[in-house]
Design a protein around this ligand. Structure first.
Ligand SMILES: [Zn+2]
Length: 357
């Protein structure tokens, strides 16, 4: 929606993740560079090929006119169908590569050789990278790198409302304390439906649904459990007004920058005319729970004050981020995680961002 919503404080936090999808390649005439090909003087290592494909990160279509430069080996040009075939006698191992060409943001990543066929997606240079940096790379320390979920999160809705005595200045304290008051089934189902609608939108279709959806009920006076591994836990509270707003905490691993969980707080609200609808606020808070920060340089549901629902820009950011390992940084530099053989990385410590409105 494009109407402007005057909205008070929203709070939210973030998440992170990674993963790559190899695709079957087909071999095409190599536009290979001189130092890549087999040397007649050295027959100690067999000639092998690494075939792969360049794609447009926004559309998935083939990207033509791209050259792949492999550190220490050489370079190969892709053909009009975006396919490349690198023949080399280089030793097995991991190689940093750069894909570059007219009309795309140069990308640095890693391939293993030999390995499955890498698909190297590239961001069109016309894409708003200032806004992309704001949304995808500015949530939580360190700044400037993406953080994301590596698999679809689980979802748990707490049915007990937060005890008003633990709400200070309209904001629930942490950890929240449960009241006797319960959400209705309709209220639970509404939030589940809005989050389920927003998840594929905000991940560029990567996650089509939550890994599981459940409810929890905390006895009155008890602390509400908000930290379940791999889970976004949602609780509702009564604030000082009837506006739809909320805030989020995002938990991620300091080493891998992969999401560990999120705590999502939503104020009980009425859908007031001229104010942000709950659907947009839920998408905004889910954005934080996925690892996204506020955006000012493009139309986005992640505007600090929610003006719109999910936009094309938001969907495109989600599509790019989930084609990159967590830790991707400007302009498009992946961490040393092989694009054609992603390995599970092992964790550091838990860091919490938030609460962010
Ligand atoms: Zn926010």
């Amino acid at each position: 929606m494009n109407s402007r919503f005057a909205l008070g404080a929203l709070t939210a936090l973030i998440a992170a993740a990674c993963g790559q999808a190899p695709t079957a390649p087909s071999v095409s005439p190599s536009g290979g560079m001189p130092g890549l090909l087999r040397s007649d003087a050295d027959v100690s290592s067999p000639l092998r090929a690494l075939a792969g494909r360049f794609t447009n990160a926004l559309t998935g279509a083939a990207a033509a006119g791209i050259t792949l430069t492999v550190d220490g080996i050489g370079a190969v040009a892709g053909d009009a169908a975006g396919q490349f075939n690198l023949e080399t006698e280089a030793p097995d191992g991991r190689y940093r590569v750069t894909a570059a060409g007219a009309g795309v943001v140069s990308r640095q990543t890693t391939v293993t050789f030999p390995g499955t066929a890498p698909v190297i997606s590239l961001i069109p240079s016309t894409f708003n990278m200032t806004a992309f940096d704001q949304m995808a790379r500015q949530f939580g320390e360190p700044l400037g790198v993406t953080k994301r979920w590596t698999q679809a999160p689980a979802l748990v809705i707490e049915t007990s409302l937060v005890d008003p005595q633990s709400v200070v200045g309209g904001i629930p304290q942490y950890p929240p304390v449960a009241s006797e008051q319960q959400l209705s089934d309709a209220a639970v189902n509404e939030v589940v439906a809005l989050l389920s609608r927003a998840l594929p939108l905000m991940t560029g279709g990567t996650f089509t649904g939550f890994a599981s959806i459940g409810r929890a009920t905390t006895p009155a006076g008890g602390s509400i459990e908000m930290d379940r591994p791999g889970t976004i836990t949602v609780v509702r509270y009564n604030g000082l007004d009837q506006l739809c707003k909320g805030f989020t905490y995002f938990l991620y691993d300091t080493l891998t920058l992969e999401a560990l969980g999120s705590r999502l707080f939503l104020q009980n609200c009425s859908q007031l005319a001229g104010a942000a609808p709950l659907s947009a606020v839920v998408a905004h808070e889910l954005g934080h729970a996925l690892g996204f920060a506020h955006v000012s340089a493009a139309p986005s549901v992640m505007a600090a004050t929610v003006f719109s629902d999910v936009t094309d820009f938001d969907r495109q950011v989600g599509a790019i981020v989930f084609q990159r390992a967590a830790g991707n940084q400007a302009p498009d530099v992946d961490p040393d995680v092989a694009v054609n053989q992603p390995a599970r990385r092992f964790g550091g410590q838990t860091r919490i961002v938030g609460p962010i409105p």
